[in-house]
Design a protein around this ligand. Structure first.
Ligand SMILES: Nc1ncnc2c1ncn2[C@@H]1O[C@H](COP(=O)(O)OP(=O)(O)OP(=O)(O)O)[C@@H](O)[C@H]1O
Ligand SMILES: [Mg+2]
Length: 130
Protein backbone atom coordinates (compact mmCIF):
# COMPACT_ATOMS: atom_id res chain seq x y z
CA UNK A 1 0.00 0.00 0.00
CA UNK A 2 1.43 3.33 -1.07
CA UNK A 3 0.48 6.76 0.28
CA UNK A 4 0.25 9.07 -2.72
CA UNK A 5 -0.50 12.24 -0.76
CA UNK A 6 -1.64 13.23 2.69
CA UNK A 7 -2.67 16.24 4.71
CA UNK A 8 -3.45 16.71 8.37
CA UNK A 9 -6.21 18.98 9.68
CA UNK A 10 -6.97 20.08 13.25
CA UNK A 11 -10.28 19.24 14.93
CA UNK A 12 -11.11 21.71 17.68
CA UNK A 13 -14.40 23.34 16.78
CA UNK A 14 -17.53 23.00 14.67
CA UNK A 15 -15.91 25.26 12.06
CA UNK A 16 -13.14 22.67 11.73
CA UNK A 17 -15.79 20.04 10.99
CA UNK A 18 -17.09 22.19 8.14
CA UNK A 19 -13.55 22.49 6.73
CA UNK A 20 -13.00 18.72 7.03
CA UNK A 21 -16.31 17.99 5.29
CA UNK A 22 -15.28 20.32 2.44
CA UNK A 23 -11.81 18.77 2.14
CA UNK A 24 -13.23 15.23 2.17
CA UNK A 25 -15.81 16.14 -0.49
CA UNK A 26 -13.08 17.72 -2.65
CA UNK A 27 -10.78 14.70 -2.24
CA UNK A 28 -13.57 12.26 -3.04
CA UNK A 29 -14.50 14.20 -6.19
CA UNK A 30 -10.83 14.28 -7.27
CA UNK A 31 -10.70 10.49 -6.85
CA UNK A 32 -13.73 10.08 -9.08
CA UNK A 33 -16.18 8.99 -6.37
CA UNK A 34 -19.79 9.18 -7.48
CA UNK A 35 -22.30 11.31 -5.58
CA UNK A 36 -23.42 8.44 -3.32
CA UNK A 37 -19.88 7.50 -2.31
CA UNK A 38 -18.96 11.15 -1.79
CA UNK A 39 -21.90 11.54 0.56
CA UNK A 40 -21.05 8.35 2.43
CA UNK A 41 -17.48 9.37 3.16
CA UNK A 42 -18.43 12.96 4.00
CA UNK A 43 -21.08 11.70 6.45
CA UNK A 44 -18.68 9.22 8.07
CA UNK A 45 -16.03 11.93 8.39
CA UNK A 46 -18.51 14.29 10.05
CA UNK A 47 -19.54 11.72 12.66
CA UNK A 48 -15.95 10.81 13.54
CA UNK A 49 -14.89 14.46 13.59
CA UNK A 50 -17.76 15.26 15.97
CA UNK A 51 -16.79 12.40 18.29
CA UNK A 52 -13.14 13.48 18.21
CA UNK A 53 -14.22 16.91 19.45
CA UNK A 54 -17.04 15.94 21.82
CA UNK A 55 -15.47 12.90 23.49
CA UNK A 56 -11.77 13.13 22.63
CA UNK A 57 -11.36 16.78 23.57
CA UNK A 58 -10.23 17.59 20.02
CA UNK A 59 -7.53 16.09 17.86
CA UNK A 60 -6.59 15.72 14.24
CA UNK A 61 -7.63 13.98 11.06
CA UNK A 62 -5.19 12.82 8.41
CA UNK A 63 -6.59 12.58 4.88
CA UNK A 64 -4.54 10.34 2.61
CA UNK A 65 -4.86 9.14 -0.95
CA UNK A 66 -3.63 5.56 -0.99
CA UNK A 67 -3.02 2.97 -3.71
CA UNK A 68 -2.70 -0.79 -3.49
CA UNK A 69 -1.38 -1.42 -6.97
CA UNK A 70 -4.84 -1.97 -8.41
CA UNK A 71 -6.89 0.91 -7.20
CA UNK A 72 -6.85 4.14 -5.28
CA UNK A 73 -8.61 4.84 -2.02
CA UNK A 74 -9.21 7.60 0.46
CA UNK A 75 -8.04 6.89 4.02
CA UNK A 76 -9.11 9.08 6.94
CA UNK A 77 -7.44 8.68 10.34
CA UNK A 78 -9.03 10.50 13.28
CA UNK A 79 -6.88 10.72 16.37
CA UNK A 80 -7.27 12.21 19.81
CA UNK A 81 -5.58 12.00 23.16
CA UNK A 82 -8.72 12.09 25.26
CA UNK A 83 -9.90 9.50 27.77
CA UNK A 84 -10.20 6.65 25.24
CA UNK A 85 -13.07 4.19 24.77
CA UNK A 86 -13.54 1.66 27.54
CA UNK A 87 -15.54 -0.86 25.52
CA UNK A 88 -15.26 -0.49 21.74
CA UNK A 89 -17.90 -3.10 20.94
CA UNK A 90 -20.41 -1.33 23.16
CA UNK A 91 -19.46 2.07 21.65
CA UNK A 92 -20.18 0.64 18.18
CA UNK A 93 -23.61 -0.66 19.22
CA UNK A 94 -26.42 1.42 17.76
CA UNK A 95 -28.17 3.33 20.51
CA UNK A 96 -25.25 3.38 22.97
CA UNK A 97 -24.23 6.87 24.01
CA UNK A 98 -22.37 8.15 27.04
CA UNK A 99 -23.51 11.67 26.18
CA UNK A 100 -26.67 13.17 24.77
CA UNK A 101 -26.36 11.75 21.27
CA UNK A 102 -28.38 9.04 19.58
CA UNK A 103 -25.50 6.59 19.71
CA UNK A 104 -25.55 6.10 15.95
CA UNK A 105 -22.42 7.90 14.76
CA UNK A 106 -19.75 5.28 15.23
CA UNK A 107 -21.76 2.31 13.94
CA UNK A 108 -23.02 4.45 11.08
CA UNK A 109 -19.49 5.53 10.11
CA UNK A 110 -18.41 1.88 10.13
CA UNK A 111 -21.26 0.87 7.83
CA UNK A 112 -20.47 3.73 5.45
CA UNK A 113 -16.79 2.73 5.15
CA UNK A 114 -15.22 -0.05 3.09
CA UNK A 115 -12.67 -0.72 5.82
CA UNK A 116 -12.88 0.50 9.39
CA UNK A 117 -10.67 0.07 12.45
CA UNK A 118 -10.65 1.59 15.91
CA UNK A 119 -7.92 1.36 18.44
CA UNK A 120 -8.08 2.93 21.86
CA UNK A 121 -6.25 2.56 25.11
CA UNK A 122 -7.90 3.94 28.19
CA UNK A 123 -6.19 7.17 29.09
CA UNK A 124 -4.42 7.37 25.74
CA UNK A 125 -7.10 8.48 23.33
CA UNK A 126 -8.72 7.03 20.27
CA UNK A 127 -7.64 6.40 16.70
CA UNK A 128 -10.25 5.48 14.12
CA UNK A 129 -9.11 5.19 10.58
CA UNK A 130 -12.17 5.31 8.34
N1 LIG B 1 -13.08 9.68 20.30
C1 LIG B 1 -13.76 9.16 21.33
N2 LIG B 1 -13.23 9.16 22.59
C2 LIG B 1 -13.91 8.62 23.64
N3 LIG B 1 -15.13 8.07 23.54
C3 LIG B 1 -15.71 8.03 22.33
C4 LIG B 1 -15.06 8.58 21.16
N4 LIG B 1 -15.87 8.39 20.10
C5 LIG B 1 -16.97 7.77 20.57
N5 LIG B 1 -16.88 7.55 21.90
C6 LIG B 1 -17.88 6.85 22.76
O1 LIG B 1 -18.68 6.04 21.93
C7 LIG B 1 -20.05 6.38 22.14
C8 LIG B 1 -20.84 6.12 20.88
O2 LIG B 1 -20.44 7.03 19.86
P1 LIG B 1 -21.47 7.39 18.70
O3 LIG B 1 -20.84 8.36 17.78
O4 LIG B 1 -21.98 6.10 18.12
O5 LIG B 1 -22.69 8.03 19.48
P2 LIG B 1 -22.87 9.49 20.10
O6 LIG B 1 -21.76 10.39 19.64
O7 LIG B 1 -23.02 9.32 21.57
O8 LIG B 1 -24.23 9.94 19.44
P3 LIG B 1 -24.45 10.39 17.91
O9 LIG B 1 -23.17 10.16 17.16
O10 LIG B 1 -25.56 9.49 17.39
O11 LIG B 1 -24.83 11.82 17.98
C9 LIG B 1 -20.03 7.82 22.61
O12 LIG B 1 -21.19 8.16 23.33
C10 LIG B 1 -18.78 7.82 23.49
O13 LIG B 1 -19.04 7.24 24.75
MG1 LIG C 1 -21.15 10.49 17.65
Amino acid sequence: MKVLSSESMPLRSSEDIVLVRQAVRKGAVALGFGLVDQTKIVTASSELARNTIDYGGGGTVELAVIENGFRKGFRLVFEDHGPGIENIERALTDGFTSGNGMGLGLGGAKRLSHEFEISSKLGEGTRDPS
